[in-house]
Design a protein around this ligand. Sequence first.
Ligand SMILES: Cc1cc2nc3c(=O)[nH]c(=O)nc-3n(C[C@H](O)[C@H](O)[C@H](O)COP(=O)(O)OP(=O)(O)OC[C@H]3O[C@@H](n4cnc5c(N)ncnc54)[C@H](O)[C@@H]3O)c2cc1C
Length: 211
Amino acid sequence: MYRILQKETLTPVTKLYVIEAPEVARKARAGQFIILRVHEEGERIPLTIADFDREAGTITIVVQEVGVSTRLLGTMNEGDCLASFTGPLGTPTEIEEYGTVVVVGGGLGIAPGANLNPENQIAIFEATHGTAPSIAGKNCANPCSLILSGALMLQHMGWHQAADLVEAGVQRALAAKTVTLDFQRQMPTATLLSTTAFAQAVIEHLQNLSA
Ligand SMILES: Cc1cc2nc3c(=O)[nH]c(=O)nc-3n(C[C@H](O)[C@H](O)[C@H](O)COP(=O)(O)OP(=O)(O)OC[C@H]3O[C@@H](n4cnc5c(N)ncnc54)[C@H](O)[C@@H]3O)c2cc1C
């Protein structure tokens, strides 16, 4: 079990956790992430490794509470255990010999996700956000993470031409400033589209590209 050794409230919605996870700490490198589940039936959420201590066998994560699973994590306290804590995942950041290196990064929440087994090639591709129950059925969710996960799957299958087309279709739809509500809130001059209309826009760009 993965015990919470330390919990610190950084802001009302941002918390730092030090988790006992010696196997992960042994191999962790800067730029990698873990996927955790708060309880056995919980959803899997990816979180960046903010720090690690190989000797103490701990991983530090910093989590902003934005939806169901991150809020649930926020209710956990020191001494509580997480159901799973898988990692380290992802490609470590390439760091040259510059002395002390500080890296700060961010994203828009449309990263695709893949879980790859290099031994038998079995793979699962999925969006990297949560289930977003607050917007379920409203036709306003941003499908980019899911669509780009599909492109990753096509790449994995070796169908690179199709993967490139899907990625280019998404890029062109975003470049044309046709976006779903989450992006439109941050892009006042953009055109607001529903989930299905955005998907249709991607398809049209894709068809134009392949014509
Ligand atoms: C590699 C990686 C590393 C990450 N590292 C960190 C980290 O270090 N710290 C951190 O705080 N977070 C990190 N994240 C983000 C974190 O994984 C998500 O915040 C978390 O999965 C959200 O889950 P949730 O169930 O709490 O919320 P969700 O159910 O995902 O909901 C969160 C909010 O987003 C909205 N939303 C979700 N999906 C959509 C969609 N498709 N379209 C429109 N709106 C949507 C919901 O309505 C809600 O307002 C990382 C993500 C990745 C991929």
